[in-house]
Structures are given as C-alpha cells and as structure tokens.
Design a protein around this ligand. Structure first.
Ligand SMILES: Cc1cc2nc3c(=O)[nH]c(=O)nc-3n(C[C@H](O)[C@H](O)[C@H](O)COP(=O)(O)O)c2cc1C
Length: 327
C-alpha cells in the first residue's frame, strides 16, 4: 500500500499537496472540498491589515478623528474587531470542521500589526500560521541590510508573541538568496515557503492607463521553483514548502524529488476545480507504484543538489547549443 503522508511544520499530513492561500480558501465549503479531494492541508486566504484599515477608515473618517479623539479610538477598535471577526470565525469554523491542518495566513502593513494579528489568529484557534511577508525593495535610500533586518526582526517579534508554528512565505527578491534563506531557516521559523506570487503592473497602450494583469500563473513558472527547491533542500534548518508553477502531478512529483517537504498550488485549481487535486494525487500514487516507492520519504530529495552526482543543471543559466538543443 502506497503511503502519501509527509511531515510538515510538525504535522503529519496525509499527502504533500496543500491548497495554497487564495480566494478558494476563504469559504468553508471549498475547504471541505479540498479535504474530500485528499489535500494534506489548506492555507487560508491571508487576512490583510491594509484591507481592515481600509474598512475602518470608510466608517471612521478624519473629521471624526479630529473632533472626538476618544470616540475615534473606541470606534476604530470596534470596527477593527468587526472587520477581522469574519476571518477569525473562518479559522474557528475551519479548524473545527476539517480534520486536515488548517494554516492561517496574514499580511500586515505595520510592525505592530504583525504581532497583533498573529496573536488574534492564534487566540482564534489556528494551529499554524503562514506569514505572507514582502516589502518591495524599491527604495533608493535603503540597502539590502535594511530589508534583511526587517525579516529578522519580524521573526524575532513573532517568536516572542506566538507559540504556534509559523512559516515564512517569501519572494525571489534577495541579492544572496541561498545565503539569506539559509540564515532565515536558522531563526526558528517552522518552514520557508518559496515563492509567493505578487500583483504586477501592466500598461494599456491604447488608453495609457495601468491595467491589471492576469493573477493566475502557468506551468512555465515551475522551473524557477524547482531550481531553488533543489538548491535549498538539505541545506535548511526548517521545512521547505514549494509553490508557484505546479499545474499537474508531474510538477508535484518534481518538487518532491527536488526535496520539498510539501507542495502548494493555487492557480491550477481556479482553472480545473479543487477536485483536480484528487487526480494529481492518484497520478502521483500510480507513479510511485510504477517506480516501486512505498512512501514519499523513499524518493523525496533524490534529485536535490545534495543528492545528485552531477548537480550542474541547478546552476546552469546560459543557453548553450548542447544544453538547449534548439540552435
Ligand atoms: C487569485 C490568487 C490569490 C492569492 N491570494 C494570496 C493570499 O491572500 N496570500 C498569499 O500568501 N498568497 C496568495 N496567493 C498566492 C498563492 O498562494 C501561491 O503562492 C501562488 O499563486 C503560486 O502558486 P500557483 O502557481 O499554483 O498559483 C494568491 C494567488 C492567487 C492566484
């Protein structure tokens, strides 16, 4: 009997496939569909401090703030609680109704927001948290250390505030990615999640306006995730969850071969429905049987940088005739 279970963030997941944080993970019925489909865990849609602030400001305007300072503080607090309670209720509800681990997710805009929301999420019953953290390094005044320090400070503050395990979901915007992600893995985070997808600008060339891009990804994005999963796995003190570009069972298997402890996907389930997760897992089981693997641990990391005899492919970045084979 093939065993799909893996260990991730201190949990035993029945399968390595996780439904990543996105709008599909904000409704209880969709989360239950994910459980039925065989996902090992779900990451809830992030709660965004900025969005909550926006809702608060819509109710409590600046004029009221100036005239009634005390009332303003009270109303702000009241509205903030009202706005965040929807999310906290989702955590409670999902944790109660699902038997697979429910990982909450948060994104904050202020230093105090991170600890405040993380604590609220823990108090609502979340068993684990994913930190959706990213500052665009677009400032001309700050050097890399400024950004790096903010990551390290955030982790320190979270460690002093919550006791549940937390993962750090990161971007590719690091100068010395291998070095810094390894450093982060030694800070006490339970896992690194590589890599997040961000909203990107586009320009409508007829209207000369900014346009919104398609937020769904494609399978061509997998190779970057694969490279960094292969390079990092076996070199970190914490778990590694790989995401971005997984659109089928092959992508899932490749990232496990590269050494991921778990694999998250979102876009493909917008396109094919949450039930497609079950197809991916059946295909992965078939592949394991075909290759004689009884458990994920038997093949996880076999193709990582540390394990393969000739890991050059992970480093090769220039197209050359004999590598690309298309000239
Ligand atoms: C529509 C949409 C909404 C998303 N919302 C969030 C979010 O709230 N928080 C978060 O950490 N990631 C969010 N993500 C990123 C996904 O969790 C995932 O990391 C990313 O899309 C890469 O996986 P994919 O290639 O399978 O889409 C979102 C992705 C999509 C497509």
């Amino acid at each position: 009997m093939v065993d799909l279970s893996v260990k991730y963030m201190g949990f035993k997941l029945r399968s390595p496939l996780i439904l990543g944080s996105c709008a599909l993970t904000k409704d209880i019925d969709k989360l239950q569909q994910a459980e039925e489909a065989g996902f090992g865990a779900v990451v809830l849609k992030s709660i965004f401090e900025e969005e909550i602030r926006h809702e608060v400001n819509a109710v409590v305007d600046d004029e009221t703030a100036l005239m009634y300072r005390q009332a303003y503080d009270y109303m702000t607090h009241y509205q903030e609680m009202a706005s965040s309670s929807k999310y906290l209720d989702l955590i409670k509800n999902a944790t109660e109704k699902l038997s697979i681990p429910v990982i909450a997710s948060v994104n904050c805009a202020t230093p105090s927001g991170w600890t405040k929301y993380a604590k609220m999420i823990q108090d609502a019953g979340a068993k684990a948290l994913e930190i959706n953290y990213f500052i665009l390094p677009a400032s001309f005044e700050h050097d890399a250390d400024f950004y790096y320090d903010s990551y390290l400070e955030l982790v320190e503050n979270l460690k002093n505030t919550i006791t549940i395990p937390f993962a750090l979901k990161v971007s590719t915007y690091f100068t010395d990615m291998a070095h810094f992600l390894q450093k982060l893995s030694y800070t006490g985070v339970s896992s690194l999640v590589i890599f997040n997808r961000f909203h990107a600008p586009d320009i409508n060339i007829d209207k000369l306006e900014f346009a919104s891009t398609n937020s769904l990804g494609n399978e061509y994005e997998l190779s970057n995730t694969l490279r960094w999963t292969g390079l990092l796995s076996g070199n970190l003190r914490c778990d590694l969850s790989a995401t971005t570009g997984v659109h089928d069972s092959k992508g899932l298997i490749k990232l496990l071969l590269a050494g991921a402890n778990s694999v998250q996907a979102a876009s493909v389930f917008y396109q094919k429905g949450i039930g497609y997760g079950s197809t991916m897992l059946i295909e992965m089981k078939d592949w394991m049987e075909k290759h004689g693997y009884n458990s994920v641990d038997e093949f996880r990391g076999l193709m990582s940088y540390k394990k393969v005899e000739n890991p050059d492919s992970y480093f090769r970045i220039q197209f050359m005739k004999h590598m690309a084979g298309i000239e």
